[in-house]
Design a protein around this ligand. Structure first.
Ligand code: AMP
Ligand code: ZN
Length: 465
């Protein structure tokens, strides 16, 4: 089946032809690790995880390299570190913030059913590559040194603006451009800058004596070069990254390596809003992945994300989550505990059409209906497809357990209350046993009194849904 992908640069859906089918290479801009990731941040992670899985299916697991970076040098990280650990030296505080946030991110996206990328480079471990690219850009006449800064001169790259499809004049009108004394032209952007005292700093390129630190955009040019080469197949991220981040990455890499392209296909997911509104802290509708995982199993969030095509905006709603949970309950009942060997053609067909996940879900519903009639082969295809897509990661028992956990129920506490109630009943204190039953009901727990195999009374409980 031919894979077709939409390319932001050329604005067309094209047949995908890897530079090297034995090593298909994809780079996706990862998180800046200073706070919990929000559900909008989960969108590119899930979307490109599905693409990673599809590429592995089409080209073989050993023939796909997926790089997703971690940005661990940034003003927001420095601010957070100074605020949270005022007693610590800044560099130590920064390490704590990036480590904790990075670990939280890994836990969050693993719960969403996302595979780890093949390589997860950190910006601070690629300073040498950043310096090397900057030296090349200076040598090629694309960058200049001014007041201990190195700037990229956009006028030297006639292609600048092609990705965002804007002329320099339009960009100037639309962007909040810092006017700075070290810039020759307002759109020129920073490749390297001085560090403030106490901030992380490294030896500078361009003959600058003072130590400094990289600008944001150069990180991704350096990390993709190191791990994927001067040119690679797919570059992804959220739509907000097209300008200036990806436009600048593209200019840096193409000018440094004298190539006409950085990635063959540029892919961008649309934005996520919550209950019809832009997500923002001030509106109080800002939701982290971590918070959502307290209420929903990760695969509910995953399915809910995939119900909308990745290029469209998505409206994240409670109603959508409830529907997604219901769908999975039904699907898991049919597919549970099956190994699943052959992925359904209809699912792959949908995905190869520019990751058409709504069509993929329709295909899964179709399979489910046929498989529900008891056809073993189809049940197997259904289970295989769900697994390939990052669902059904464990057994049906696991799903039930996670649903209970996500509903906020502490099984130990429930057991203790049930035991207290049994004791009250045994001593005929019915007022107390009724009180405990009401307490459990208020927690969403239904209890059932019966008899065990030995004829003695036993009480079982379940989460009332
Ligand atoms: P950031 O940490 O803000 O650089 O974002 C990390 C990734 O999440 C980038 O690929 C962003 O484009 C993406 N992203 C951030 N906010 C949203 C949103 N509301 N909807 C979809 N993607 C987003
Ligand atoms: Zn990037």
């Amino acid at each position: 089946m031919e894979l077709k992908l939409y390319d932001t640069l050329t604005k067309e859906k094209r047949a995908f032809a890897p530079l090297d089918p034995a090593n298909v290479r994809m780079y996706v801009c990862g998180p800046t690790v200073y706070d919990f990731a929000h559900i909008g941040n989960a969108r590119p992670v899930i979307v490109f995880d599905v693409l990673f899985r599809l590429l592995r299916h089409l080209y073989g697991e050993a023939h796909v390299t997926y790089v997703r970076n971690i940005t661990d040098v940034d003003d927001k990280i420095n601010d957070r570190a100074a605020r949270d650990y005022p007693g610590l030296p800044l560099n130590e505080a920064i390490r704590k913030v990036t480590e904790q946030t990075g670990n939280q991110f890994h836990a969050d996206v693993a719960a969403l059913g996302c595979l780890p990328p093949t390589i997860e480079p950190r910006a601070t471990e690629h300073i040498a590559e950043m310096r090397a690219i900057i030296e090349r850009l200076i040598a090629n006449g694309n960058a200049y040194v001014e007041q201990d800064h190195v700037l990229f001169s956009v006028a030297t790259d006639p292609r600048y603006g092609n990705l965002a499809r804007r002329s320099l004049d339009e960009m100037l009108a639309g962007a909040r451009v810092d006017v700075a004394p070290y810039k020759r032209a307002p759109m020129d952007f920073v490749l390297w800058k001085p560090s403030k005292p106490g901030e992380p700093s490294w030896a500078s390129p361009g003959g600058i004596k003072a130590e400094g630190r990289p600008g944001w955009h150069i990180e991704c040019s350096a990390m993709s070069w190191k791990h994927l080469g001067e040119r690679f197949d797919i570059h992804g991220g959220g739509i907000d990254l097209v300008f200036p981040h990806h436009e600048n990455e593209l200019a840096q890499s193409c000018c440094a390596f004298h190539t006409d392209r950085m990635a063959n296909v540029w892919m961008h997911n649309g934005f996520l809003q919550v209950e019809g509104e832009k997500m923002s802290k001030s509106l109080g509708n800002f939701v982290t992945i971590h918070e959502l995982l307290a209420d929903w199993p990760g695969e509910v969030l995953r399915l809910n994300m995939l119900r909308t095509h990745y290029r469209s905006p998505i409206d994240w709603t409670l109603k959508g989550l409830e529907e997604s949970a219901k769908t999975l309950d039904d699907w898991y009942a049919v597919a549970r505990d099956l190994p699943g060997e052959r992925v359904a053609g209809s699912v792959i067909e949908a995905l190869t059409d520019d990751l058409n996940t709504p069509q993929m879900i329709a295909a899964l519903h179709g399979l489910r209906n046929l498989a529900g009639d008891g056809d073993e082969l189809l049940r197997d295809e259904f289970a295989a497809s769900l697994r390939m897509l990052g669902f059904l990661a464990d057994t049906a028992a696991g799903w039930t357990a996670r649903k209970q956990q996500a509903s906020g129920i502490d099984a130990g506490q429930v057991e203790a209350l049930v035991a207290d109630r049994s004791a009250a009943r045994a001593r005929k204190d019915f007022a107390e046993s009724d009180r405990i039953r009401d307490q459990l009901a208020a927690m969403g727990i239904a209890i059932k009194d019966g008899k065990g195999a030995d004829g003695k009374p036993v009480t079982t409980w379940e989460v009332a849904r």
